[in-house]
Design a protein around this ligand. Sequence first.
Ligand SMILES: C[S@@+](CC[C@H](N)C(=O)[O-])C[C@H]1O[C@@H](n2cnc3c(N)ncnc32)[C@H](O)[C@@H]1O
Length: 196
Amino acid sequence: MKSKIVQFTRNKGRHVCPWWIAYLFDNPLRRLVHPPEKIVGPYVTAGMILLDFGCGFGHYTLGMARLTGPSGKVVAADIQQKMLDKTMARAKKAGLEGVVQPLLCSGKGIGAPFIFDFALASNSIHETPDRGEIMTELFAVLRPGGRFFLMEPRSHMTLERFESEVALAESAGFVETERPRVIREMSVLFENPRAC
Ligand SMILES: C[S@@+](CC[C@H](N)C(=O)[O-])C[C@H]1O[C@@H](n2cnc3c(N)ncnc32)[C@H](O)[C@@H]1O
């Protein structure tokens, strides 16, 4: 019998992390294990336009907002309004509400009205019903030379399934440039290659 406590929101057949579970993993300990500015800092500079796809409670959104600063922007995209509400409350508390822009996704893609310098998808792509379509859209919204950082949790995914996501990103046009080491995560940095 399915536990009522661990009921997951449905996203066309895929399980989506319920908003209240984010309280369990987005906490001060996580900020020590996964310091957002340290993890994405090598790829983000002031003034960049950034996307955090599947932002949850905004663990990375806030770090990205600090890095890009008031001359830049972070679009925090999520399918759950409660995730966006919490992210914006945290951004306000940190004095970053002018840098973070929430975007409620419909479940049929991202729908972001910008071209980005950098996009992050941390622990979110595996929850989407069509990973290939999301990769294609991510590729389309990244400027040539822009980077895409894909991270998925070792606890939830096999290496084989992660590699199938990498293959989908490459089919969309991305080129793998690096495998950054992040504790308890599988991660790849891609680039949208500039035309020759
Ligand atoms: C496990 S949480 C990760 C949150 C955050 N990226 C982090 O690392 O803390 C996955 C997030 O992806 C969101 N998500 C799942 N499917 C989505 C979709 N199709 N479009 C946008 N967001 C989605 C969920 O609502 C949830 O907030």
